[in-house]
Design a binder for this molecule. Structure first.
Ligand code: GDP
Ligand code: IMO
Ligand code: MG
Length: 430
């Protein structure tokens, strides 16, 4: 049966989206990225072999699956070419299978410079961005001065746009940040060169996706980051610069909202966050250290250690609502195998008052004290399990608490990093 499904993260990113997208593409015909850029790091482990993808959709390792980068993604050509070269060296024919929207904004060298200069200038108040130029590139999109992917193939248009845009950015770089300006001709020649190398992938992705739909094919829409990093709904200003929630799957591809049949919300059995910003359930004790160690919690893009803490059901409930989540996928259950006690946050205390409500303002996030429900751990190995009935009763109890609290069913459980380590209760494509 034809079905289009969104797969997205419901925390602060790194929930295991890449692994799950790769797994589910055995039933999908195409995978499309709809937002974010190479700030994403999506890890796929197949028979012990690890691949980390940043811009290329996580369906690329399944032959016969078409891959698309939608108009909502910001594309850094050098990073994309590097990724393509690495994949092609491993025998994956990316250039034949990947199409890129001509409307996708390009991350230019001045965006990367600006991102890093701004972070440096903020000092202790830095957001902790990935330094990839994501924010400045999205700003230019909204300011209507982006160089878009299609511009790379029209030398005169590219020159005209770059001349105007770089005059603007160089002024800020030189006079506000007191940094050396970027050379127009160098940036222009480099952009033309990237364009030549990428041109065969230029496409009207929206038209292609609708053509696939007309043929009764199934499309998987792959989210990047997580909903708590959403520029509108997340922990602003400690967020990324795109909408990471389900609505972006439509605006970032050109599929209609009614074309989407299913939303899979991925959550770890605990929580992690990279970069700065509020994190009410963060742990600074041995439990946090054990999560980091068992879960190998280091960023797939920047290598930074991830902050770790307990699962926050108050925020998960809200995030599931705003994404219209159909089913939940709980990942990294096996990371909790060695915990005597497991906690989940079931309420917040703000200024001494207990509440179940997600805070309206980012400032109130800083004041939250988590209220926990404690549960006995299972203290046995769930790693690699594929049958829900064989899970220890305490692990099943945790799954039940998640379902009861959020009112959404758990449709999948990931029990290890490898493609085959899963419990599938209901496949989104069935
Ligand atoms: P993404 O950004 O959401 O795709 O997630 P990342 O790839 O950045 O981070 C998830 C990490 O957890 C990767 O190293 C995965 O290999 C690993 N992983 C995914 N699912 C599981 C799981 O169920 N158990 C364990 N132990 N590791 C997992
Ligand atoms: P995946 O797709 C985790 C975080 C950064 C920083 C904030 C803003 O692998 O889950 P940006 O460079 O986007 O302007 O940084 O967002 N961040 C991520 N954290 N996983 C990601 O992607 C992230 N992409 C951005 O650490 O706090
Ligand atoms: Mg990641």
């Amino acid at each position: 049966m034809k079905k289009n499904a969104v797969v997205l993260g419901t925390q602060w990113g790194d929930e295991g989206k890449g692994k799950i997208v790769d797994l589910l593409t055995d039933r999908a015909d195409a995978v499309v990225r709809f937002q974010g850029g190479h700030n994403a790091g999506h890890t796929l482990i197949i028979n012990g072999h690890k691949t980390v993808l940043h811009l290329v959709p996580s369906g690329i390792l399944r032959e016969g699956v078409d891959c698309y980068i939608g108009n909502g993604v910001v594309v850094e050509p050098a990073a994309l070419l590097k990724e393509i070269t690495q994949l092609e060296a491993a025998g994956v024919d990316v250039k034949k299978r990947l199409k890129i929207s001509s409307a996708a904004p390009i991350i230019m060298p001045y965006h990367i410079v600006l991102d890093q200069l701004r972070e440096k200038a903020k000092g202790g108040k830095a957001i902790g961005t990935t330094g990839r130029g994501i924010g400045p590139a999205y700003e230019d999109k909204v300011a209507r001065r982006s160089i878009r992917f299609g511009d790379l193939f029209d030398p005169q248009r590219l020159k005209d746009k770059l001349t105007e845009t770089m005059a603007y950015h160089n002024f800020v770089i030189e006079h506000y940040f007191k940094h050396e300006a970027l050379d127009l001709e160098t940036v222009y020649q480099q952009a033309l060169d990237y364009g030549q190398q990428l041109q065969q992938m230029n496409a009207d992705v929206t038209a292609d996706l609708h053509a696939l739909q007309a043929q009764g094919k199934s499309i998987l829409l792959e989210g990047a980051q997580g909903s708590l990093l959403d520029v509108d709904h997340g922990t602003y200003p400690f967020v990324t610069s795109s909408n990471t929630t389900a609505g972006a799957a439509s605006s970032g591809t050109g599929l209609g909202v009614t074309d989407i049949d299913y939303v899979l919300g991925i959550t770890k059995a605990y929580t992690t966050r990279v970069g700065s910003g509020p994190f009410p359930t963060e742990l600074f004790d041995d439990d946090g250290a054990m999560m980091a160690k068992n879960g190998v919690e280091f960023g797939a893009t920047t290598g930074r250690p991830r902050r770790c803490g307990w699962l926050d059901l108050v925020s998960l409930k809200r995030i599931n609502q705003l994404n219209g989540v159909t089913g939940i996928c709980v990942t990294k259950l096996d990371v909790l195998d060695t915990f005597e006690t497991i906690k989940v946050c079931t309420a917040y205390k703000v200024d001494g008052q207990e509440t179940n409500t997600f805070p309206a303002s980012a400032e109130s996030w800083e004041k939250i004290e988590p209220v926990y429900q404690s549960m006995p751990g299972w203290m046995s190995e769930t790693r690699g399990m594929t049958d829900k009935n064989k899970l220890p009763t305490q692990a099943q109890a945790l799954i039940n608490v998640i379902e009861d609290y959020t009112g959404k069913p758990v449709h999948m459980i990931s029990t290890g990093p490898d493609r085959n380590e899963n419990i599938i209760i209901q496949n989104p494509f069935e």
